[in-house]
Design a protein around this ligand. Structure first.
Ligand code: SAH
Length: 226
């Protein structure tokens, strides 16, 4: 999968490729999809959410330029797979998931995969995780109309934030780099992710979205499906 689907599509960072080869994706997919764990596509994990396509996980990890001493924030834990890949590249990962059951199963999967440097928080990730900030890299795995200001405030000097920005149908993967008070924006291409949503506990949740509403497979024409 890594040679054919990830390296061939342009991910070059040897540390990212090594992480993709090392982290066992089958630990993070529901049992009934284990046979598909190494297909390069998103898979349903419940609550209308998906485990990201491996290519997209690799693309975002490379775009975030994660270094061995880095402190990383991930918004949207989902299955925990992306956090495990980031944890392989960084010193510590703090990851936030708004769905309690997903946060719990991600925590269990990360433990089963032997990831000891990941901290999972059940909360609204659009607020970041200020207690552990600033972060050298912030990876947002769900799409929003704009980059939340509070996340930019939690980005260290020299830090990179990577996030899909757009509407439900068309999004660009953006990289924002902080240089002191200045923020530099780069467009890394078309992608398609599930939406970044407000806090579940605030009552905006529609649980009927479960599975039926998930955007699996995503024949979108975009470069990657998160
Ligand atoms: N990185 C994940 C991909 C998960 S998909 C993986 O590898 O499996 C995006 C996730 O973002 C979903 O689990 C969704 O519930 C979560 N999410 C959406 N809005 C959020 C918010 N405001 N705060 C935290 N998580 C959020």
């Amino acid at each position: 999968m890594v040679d054919r689907d990830i390296e061939a599509r342009g991910v070059r960072d040897p540390r990212v490729l090594d992480a993709m080869r090392t982290v066992p994706r089958e630990v993070f997919v529901p049992e009934r999809f284990e046979d598909s764990a190494y297909d390069d596509r998103p898979l349903p994990i419940g609550r209308g959410q998906t485990i990201s396509q491996p290519y997209v996980v690799a693309l975002m990890a490379e775009a975030a330029e994660v270094q061995p001493d880095d402190r990383v924030l991930e918004v949207g834990t989902g299955s925990g797979y992306g956090a495990a890949v980031l944890a392989h590249l960084a010193s510590h990962v703090w990851t936030v998931e708004r769905h309690g059951p997903l946060a719990a199963s991600a925590r269990a999967a990360l433990q089963a995969a032997g990831c000891k440097n990941v901290h999972v928080l059940h909360a609204d990730g659009t607020r970041g995780w200020p207690e552990a900030s600033p972060y050298d890299a912030i990876v947002v795995t769900a799409a929003g109309r704009e980059v939340p200001e509070v996340l930019l405030e939690q980005l260290a000097d020299g830090g990179r934030l990577v996030m899909p920005v757009g509407d439900r149908f068309a999004q660009q993967l953006l990289r924002v780099r902080r240089r002191g008070d200045r923020l530099e924006y780069e467009d890394l291409g078309a992608v398609r992710f599930v939406p970044l949503l407000p806090d579940v506990e605030n009552g905006t949740e529609d649980e009927a979205e479960d599975e039926a509403g998930s955007e699996v497979g995503g024949a979108t024409g975009a470069d990657g499906v998160g």
